[in-house]
Ligand binder design. Structure first.
Ligand SMILES: [Zn+2]
Length: 130
């Protein structure tokens, strides 16, 4: 079954379930013939994941000098984000501690758990150790 959006020549719009894409369009309730029209998009932002950890303020000034309402709003948003990341771990990203991020590791930080020899070889010489 495929759900199509249909519009009749009188301007009525409705959905109809058809067995296949080759089935003829059903007539409208008013008796007029119909044609298939593109489905409407939902642009309401229903899939917005909200602010992430990188959006969180990291300075005293960013919290409005410790403004209780700002802190409470961020605490609520991050609690919600944490629950979302528990259900969808791919949203959490790589959260392992960064051990080195300067010099040779500026482009790709060294993280806890990285295999040290190939990572250092790639950072220092630009290629994998073989
Ligand atoms: Zn109609």
């Amino acid at each position: 079954m495929i759900i199509y959006d249909l519009a009749c020549t009188a301007g009525h719009r409705f959905e109809a379930c058809l067995g296949s894409m080759f089935d003829p369009n059903p007539d409208c309730g008013c008796g007029a013939s119909t044609s298939r029209v593109p489905s409407r998009l939902n642009l309401g932002g229903a899939a917005n994941a909200g602010p992430g950890r990188d959006d969180m303020p990291t300075t005293w000034h960013g919290t409005g000098q410790g403004d209780p309402a700002t802190l409470k709003a961020w605490h609520g948003a991050m609690t919600k984000r944490e629950r979302l990341e528990e259900r969808y771990p791919e949203l959490a990203g790589d959260r392992r501690p960064i051990l080195a991020h300067e010099g040779a590791f500026a482009g790709r930080p060294l993280r806890a758990g990285d295999d040290l020899v190939p990572t250092v070889a790639k950072a220092a010489f630009g290629k994998e150790e073989s």
